[in-house]
Design a protein around this ligand. Structure first.
Ligand SMILES: Nc1ncnc2c1ncn2[C@@H]1O[C@H](COP(=O)(O)OP(=O)(O)OP(=O)(O)O)[C@@H](O)[C@H]1O
Ligand SMILES: [Mg+2]
Length: 254
């Protein structure tokens, strides 16, 4: 059975400017342990899909389930890493940011500390636990966000362009780190990006969305290449070209 299932999911926003159908007939099943990258032009509905899976927004059509149970609100089983780097609690140090969910769950102080230290080490920041967000670089803040999501031991990670605001070099380092963490932590990941190369480097499957209104999955491309990926190999470039062509059509049509 699939871990996550979206069945003909739709989302129509209703606001002062009228109704807007952001997502229509979006169907997808994610198997446990897969790394699914969702790509598409700006405004096609990627964040809307992630927000529904996170439980921040309710679908206006269709059904979303995790392990067969309907998703209706945010929960620790679905860890979210947000777009941009300012979603950490700036009054808490890195360790307490990571342990925040554990504190809510009533986990004791010594265990919280041990878990936080373990995940600091996993994201390559052992020793940075006392630093506050203002003392961390953008790349470090993204690592802390990933550690914070993982510390709750979620079934899946939902990541919305987590590396979008970073320079190319930091981005490359974090991509490699994320692959290592994913392989070690064995989580199911939904990862949103604008970057085709990033998707080809990270994903086990890539979903390309059609532009909105009524954004929906247009095609799903499996990426059966070993890790770490050789971005200059013919096989990698063939997948890049395939995905690029699918997105290109959406840009041209817009
Ligand atoms: N709360 C809202 N109320 C009304 N419309 C919204 C709301 N949130 C998003 N939309 C609209 O829904 C569409 C999809 O938005 P969404 O944020 O999902 O796009 P996206 O694919 O994540 O884009 P980007 O790549 O720029 O982040 C957009 O046209 C947007 O204007
Ligand atoms: Mg978005």
């Amino acid at each position: 059975m699939a871990l996550v299932s979206l069945e003909v999911v739709g989302k129509t926003y209703r606001g002062r400017s009228g109704a807007y159908e952001a997502v229509r007939d979006f169907s997808l099943e994610l198997a446990e342990g897969e790394f699914f990258c969702l790509l598409g032009t700006s405004g096609c509905g990627k964040t809307t899909v992630l927000n529904m899976l996170a439980g921040f927004e309710a679908p206006t059509a269709g059904r979303i389930t995790l392990d067969g149970r309907p998703v209706s609100k945010p929960a620790a089983e679905r860890g979210v890493v947000f777009q941009g780097t300012d979603s950490l609690y700036d009054w808490l140090n890195a360790r307490d940011n990571i342990a925040f969910g554990l504190r809510l769950a009533g986990v004791g102080r010594a265990e919280r500390r041990a878990v936080a230290e373990r995940f600091l080490a996993l994201v390559g920041l052992a020793g940075a636990g006392d630093k506050h967000p203002a003392e961390l670089s953008g790349g470090m803040k993204q690592r802390i966000q990933i550690a914070r999501a993982l510390a709750n031991n979620p079934r899946m990670l939902l990541m919305d362009e987590p590396f979008g605001a970073l320079d190319a070099m930091t981005r490359n380092i974090l991509q490699a780190e994320l692959t290592r963490i994913w392989q070690e932590a064995r989580k199911t990941v939904l990862f949103i990006t604008h970057d085709i190369e990033e998707a080809c480097a990270l994903a086990t499957r890539i979903g390309v969305m059609k532009r909105g209104p009524g954004g929906t999955l247009k095609t799903v491309v499996p990426v059966d290449l070993p890790f770490p990926r050789d971005r200059t190999s013919d096989a990698f470039m063939a997948i890049f070209r395939h995905v690029h062509a699918a997105i290109r059509e959406e840009i041209v049509a817009a």
